[in-house]
Write a protein that binds this ligand. Structure first.
Ligand code: SF4
Ligand code: SF4
Length: 138
């Protein structure tokens, strides 16, 4: 059975230069489509990749296993990051840390807009937001 899933890959610094994704194609016959790629500010982690990964279920499972064994952390995009509007104080602390730039300051209202379509569910803003306005929903 063929599967197609959207996942977020977190690459530790030591793997960024390695051809990990190429091996998914060569060794496991998987197709991928890069939806977003960015570098995080977290010193423990360097790369973040949002992928659509397609292939036969058995090969998909083996490919994911290979990624995990290599040290890549995998997160499903079914984890939705949402903002609790009642809690947000529009302090702006999240604007610079979000790798894909999902937050922006509206110069007119001085409020921080959250564009959830850009969010790759990396979780950085969850830890950083002072009033804990960012939440993850499964
Ligand atoms: S860090 Fe939290 S409170 Fe501050 S603007 Fe971002 S979501 Fe709102
Ligand atoms: S979880 Fe937060 S910091 Fe990470 S991409 Fe989404 S909005 Fe940006």
């Amino acid at each position: 059975m063929a599967v197609s899933k959207r996942i977020v890959l977190h690459f530790p610094r030591r793997l960024v230069e390695k051809p990990v994704i190429c091996r998914l194609v060569k060794d496991y016959n998987l197709e991928f489509n890069i939806l977003r790629a960015s570098i995080t500010a977290d010193p423990e982690e360097e790369g973040l990749l949002v992928l659509e990964l397609k292939g036969e279920q058995a090969e998909y499972d083996k490919g994911v296993n290979f990624l995990l064994k290599s040290g890549v952390k995998i997160q499903s995009l079914s984890q939705d990051v949402v903002r609790n509007e009642a809690r947000c104080t529009h302090c702006g602390a999240c604007i610079t840390i979000c790798p894909p730039g999902a937050f922006e300051l509206d110069p007119r209202t001085r409020q921080v807009r959250f564009n959830d379509e850009k969010c790759v569910a990396c979780g950085l803003c969850l830890k950083l937001c002072p009033p804990r306005a960012m939440e993850v929903h499964f």
